[in-house]
Design a protein around this ligand. Structure first.
Ligand SMILES: Cc1cc2nc3c(=O)[nH]c(=O)nc-3n(C[C@H](O)[C@H](O)[C@H](O)COP(=O)(O)OP(=O)(O)OC[C@H]3O[C@@H](n4cnc5c(N)ncnc54)[C@H](O)[C@@H]3O)c2cc1C
Length: 402
């Protein structure tokens, strides 16, 4: 069933890998997508929320897909004192069933001509005498095989081994790692709004991170937490989450599922390519450094990598310098944004709890549909002069204009 050689092999059938494979195939490449698990999409390690607008470039008619649980059109930010700001985002969020979602994205790849295989694990790289990647040693449904390719795309997620095998420095500092856990909670009828994604912040709630409540239905929600890796010693994300549930949703007693995982939030690996190899998605640390959302960013990276791989193969040059057109394109679109969001996370992590509570309390008094960001900022600075020190960080990061 499996061939001895392909143009492109993609490792990992998450959203980043499936889109990378699809784009390579759509560009005329003979493409293999391998997934080590027996089933694509499980186990889920995700809050299952993503932004609709960008994802619509890759999937048709999203709001009407069977894997959509809810669509939220607002997000609310809560402090430790019970104040809450409600903001309409630029684009609605989809809360999905990732078990079905991931399989559907992989199906679009298969439909574009990709050969998709589960129970197929990449075990090591095949490299030529100069160290260029020329394929993979694979265990495919129990059989060891050497499979050659012109380009390998590593989309093997947070614990990516391929990036490490290729010599890319991929272990994040603890301060750039979120440690997360999530419960699927039922018994929430009348206690949540299904049109709103809720976020709770503050040192007492989630040290260096936040809690989210993403409604899956009128009665159920993904309720999860991330805390900063450098704050995890002596505390536990799960302990904080249990405390939050008792305090905020004391009547919700049933947990129908749990997921745990780490998410690197460095804003991106320093290098995304080597000779014959590209890295995308969580394997490349491309998740949003503030929220840790990585589904859509991974899909965009997959698009750029798959398309660039095809171009380079057609031109007959798959050395790092040629493949780095993918890296350049990614950095031009997201580099500044990722750096800014990382700065904001670091600033929020260090911010005094009273100041953070005060800012949310003040913002709760604004009509968010009417007030401009500049006017809100000036008012905030007048009310909370200590914010001036923090604002300097934001100005330097380019997030707010001088
Ligand atoms: C608790 C938690 C909550 C989150 N919530 C959200 C959220 O609400 N929204 C959001 O956008 N993001 C969220 N994320 C992040 C999101 O899940 C990831 O950013 C996203 O899945 C990245 O996609 P990917 O394709 O890069 O990697 P993955 O989805 O992790 O896919 C990688 C795939 O590679 C496979 N693989 C690994 N090694 C091999 C190998 N050697 N051979 C073959 N296959 C291999 C894995 O089995 C896996 O299927 C959350 C993460 C966590 C941990």
């Amino acid at each position: 069933m499996i061939q001895a050689a392909y143009d492109v092999i993609v490792v990992g059938a998450g959203p980043a890998g499936a889109i990378a494979a699809r784009k390579a195939a759509e560009s005329g490449m003979d493409t293999l997508l391998i997934e080590k698990r027996l089933e694509i999409g499980t186990p889920v390690r995700c809050g299952e929320s993503f932004e609709l607008h960008t994802a619509s470039q890759y999937l048709e008619d999203i709001p009407n897909q069977p894997w959509v649980n809810t669509i939220t059109r607002y997000f609310s930010i809560h402090n430790t004192k019970g104040d809450c700001v409600v903001v309409p985002p630029i684009s609605p969020s989809i809360i999905c069933d990732r078990k079905i979602f991931d399989r559907e994205v992989a199906y679009t790849a298969a439909n574009a001509g990709v050969q998709v295989l589960v129970n197929a694990r990449a075990e090591s790289l095949l490299q030529d005498q100069d160290g260029a990647v020329v394929g993979l040693k694979i265990n495919c449904m129990g059989s060891p095989l050497d499979v050659y390719s012109k380009v390998v795309i590593a989309a093997d997620g947070t614990e990516s081994q391929l990036a490490r095998w290729a010599g890319l420095k991929s272990i994040p500092a603890l301060s750039d790692l979120y440690v997360g856990t999530q419960f699927l909670v039922s018994g929430l009828s009348g206690q949540i709004r299904t049109d709103t994604s809720h976020y709770y912040v503050g040192e007492a709630i989630a040290p260096g991170g936040y809690v989210w409540v993403f409604p899956k239905s009128a009665d159920t929600a993904n309720i999860g937490i991330v805390i900063s890796g450098d704050r995890a010693e002596g505390t536990s994300a799960q302990g904080h989450l249990e405390g939050f549930l008792q305090e905020v949703f004391p009547r919700a007693r049933s947990v129908l599922g749990q997921v745990t995982g780490g998410i690197p939030v460095t804003g991106g690996l320093k290098r995304l390519v080597t000779d014959g190899l590209m890295v995308v998605g969580d394997a490349a640390h491309q998740a949003d450094p503030l929220t840790a959302g990585g589904i859509v960013l991974g899909m965009v990276a997959g698009d750029y990598a798959g398309t660039t791989a095809a171009q380079c193969i057609r031109e007959g040059d798959v050395r790092a310098q040629s493949l780095s057109r993918y890296e350049k394109r990614w950095r031009e679109r997201f580099g500044k944004q990722q750096r800014s969001l990382r700065t904001v996370r670091r600033m929020l992590t260090k911010m005094d709890s009273d100041l953070l509570d005060g800012l949310i309390r003040t913002a709760a008094g604004y009509d968010m549909t009417r007030i401009s960001p500049a006017k809100a900022m000036i008012h905030m600075l007048t009310k909370h002069p200590r914010l001036l020190i923090e604002a300097r960080v934001l100005i330097n990061s380019g997030l707010i204009m001088k």
